[in-house]
Structure formats: structure tokens, C-alpha cells
Design a protein around this ligand. Structure first.
Ligand code: HEM
Length: 233
């Protein structure tokens, strides 16, 4: 079996790692968005129930979180290495992205993957500090679900989005998420060698649709909480 070290040491292996980890992260983010839709329902009970169920997995959740962290780390390292390799191979860069044969995927988005990725990394660090490692039960953030005391994660979210600067920070970051995904999705399939000319357009279109849905789905959450002062009445 090929080891991670072997994959990282070849340029094809690094592209494969970047594509495979990117697709795994797409799946996580879709699931995260679906879970977060509980924000729109009621006054916190649905979101707290969802979070309590997740945390009741105990060791299972910790293993999943470590797996997720490793996936992020692999994605970031492989992305940096792939970018460095192509920069070294072509130090001057292309003057233009136009081609005679029609639109190329080497658009502004493709060249800016590393920039949008870095913005998302900053977003993720702030986000995890605020919500995953933010105020917890020991800080008095508790709610009662059918008589059982659980972490009031809904209060953490609502308090964060009472502050307009966090609403802007989150919602603006989601545009970077959209741009990163739009190109990343197509690029991941290409890195995995799963694109032939017939599938190129449908896969690019699918990436665009997923990117739009994810951006819109996350974008309105902070605004909704801010505008309704913590959920619908
Ligand atoms: C408006 C947008 C978002 C909201 C309201 C939100 C909300 C949350 C909440 C409440 C948690 C804590 C869950 C818990 O402990 O039960 C969380 C965790 C997390 N979020 Fe988000 N999230 C948003 C966007 C994102 C995006 C775009 C990403 C990825 C780029 C992301 C990545 C994560 C990760 C990795 C965790 C930790 C998961 C875990 O350890 O179980 N989130 N988010």
C-alpha cells in the first residue's frame, strides 16, 4: 500500500491528496450546512438537540474531529506544495488567461485559490475559537432539553451574531468559500484523473451549483440571526 509519505513525495501524489482531501471537506461542509439549518427552526431547541446528539457520540466524535483536522492539514500542505511546484516550474507566470480554443479553467479563480484558501483558514481559526472552543457548560451556557442539561450552543451563535462586525466577517467569508469551491470542485476531479472531455462541463456546472448553494446557505445565517435578534418569534 502506498504511504502518505510516498504520496507527498511525488507531484502526482500531492495532486491526488489535494483533490481527495478537498472532496472529503466538501462532504463535511455540506453536512455542516445541513446541521446548521436547525438555526432557522424554533428558539434554539433544534440546534441544541442536534449539537447534543453529535456530542453524545463521545469518542466517535473525537475520532471524527481528529480525522477532519488531518484532512484539513493534508489539504493545506498539499495545496502549498502544488502551488510552489507550479510556481518554480513557471516562475514568470502567464501574462494572460485567454486561450484560442475558448475559456480556460485557469481563470482568476484558479490563480487565486491560494488567496481564497488562506482567507478560509483565517475564518476557520476564528470560527473554531468562537464556536467549537467558545463558552461552554462550565461558563454557564446551559439549556434544558426534556429535563436534561446540555450545552447551549445556540446562545453562543446568537451572541456572536448580535455583533455586526461578526455578521460581516462571517457573511463576507462565505463569498471566499464560494469562489474556492467553484474552482476547487472541478479541480479535485481533474487531480483525481476523473475528468474526460465529456464530463468536464457537467462537473464544472455541478461545482458551480454546490458553491452557490453553500455560499447562500451559510451567508444568510448570521444576517437572519442579527435581523431577528436571535431567531423567529
Ligand atoms: C454561518 C456559518 C456557520 C455557522 C453559523 C457555523 C456554526 C458552527 C457551530 C455552532 C459549531 C459548533 C458545533 C458544536 O460544537 O456542536 C461549528 C463547528 C465547526 N464549524 Fe462551523 N459554522 C459556519 C460555517 C462554517 C464553515 C464555512 C466551515 C468550514 C470552512 C465551518 C467549519 C466548522 C468546523 C471544522 C467545526 C468543528 C466541528 C467539530 O469539531 O465537530 N463552519 N460551526
Amino acid at each position: 500500500m502506498v504511504s502518505l509519505k510516498q504520496l507527498f513525495s511525488s507531484s502526482l501524489g500531492r495532486k491526488y491528496l489535494m483533490g481527495a482531501s478537498g472532496l472529503a471537506l466538501v462532504i463535511f461542509i455540506i453536512l455542516h450546512l445541513l446541521g446548521n439549518l436547525t438555526l432557522y427552526a424554533g428558539h434554539g431547541e433544534p440546534m441544541n438537540t442536534y449539537s447534543a446528539r453529535l456530542h453524545s457520540l463521545g469518542m466517535g466524535l473525537i475520532i471524527a474531529e481528529v480525522g477532519l483536522l488531518l484532512t484539513f492539514v493534508i489539504h493545506i500542505i498539499a495545496a502549498i506544495q502544488v502551488t510552489m511546484t507550479s510556481k518554480n516550474a513557471r516562475p514568470i507566470g502567464y501574462a494572460s488567461t485567454e486561450t484560442k480554443g475558448g475559456p480556460t479553467k485557469n481563470t482568476m479563480t484558479s490563480r487565486n485559490m491560494i488567496v481564497t484558501g488562506l482567507v478560509l483558514l483565517l475564518f476557520l481559526i476564528v470560527h473554531l475559537k468562537q464556536m467549537r472552543f467558545g463558552p461552554n457548560v462550565a461558563d454557564g451556557y446551559t439549556a434544558s432539553l426534556e429535563g436534561v442539561m446540555v450545552h447551549d450552543i445556540y446562545r453562543v451563535v446568537v451572541e456572536t451574531f448580535q455583533d455586526i462586525k461578526w455578521v460581516i466577517f462571517y457573511s463576507a467569508s462565505m463569498f471566499f468559500l464560494g469562489f474556492h469551491f467553484r474552482h476547487g470542485f472541478w479541480s479535485a476531479f481533474q487531480s483525481l484523473g476523473a475528468i474526460n472531455p465529456r464530463w468536464s462541463k457537467p462537473i464544472y456546472a455541478m461545482g458551480l451549483i454546490i458553491a452557490l448553494l453553500l455560499t447562500a446557505g451559510f451567508f444568510f445565517m448570521p444576517i437572519y440571526i442579527y435581523a431577528t435578534q436571535g431567531g423567529a418569534s
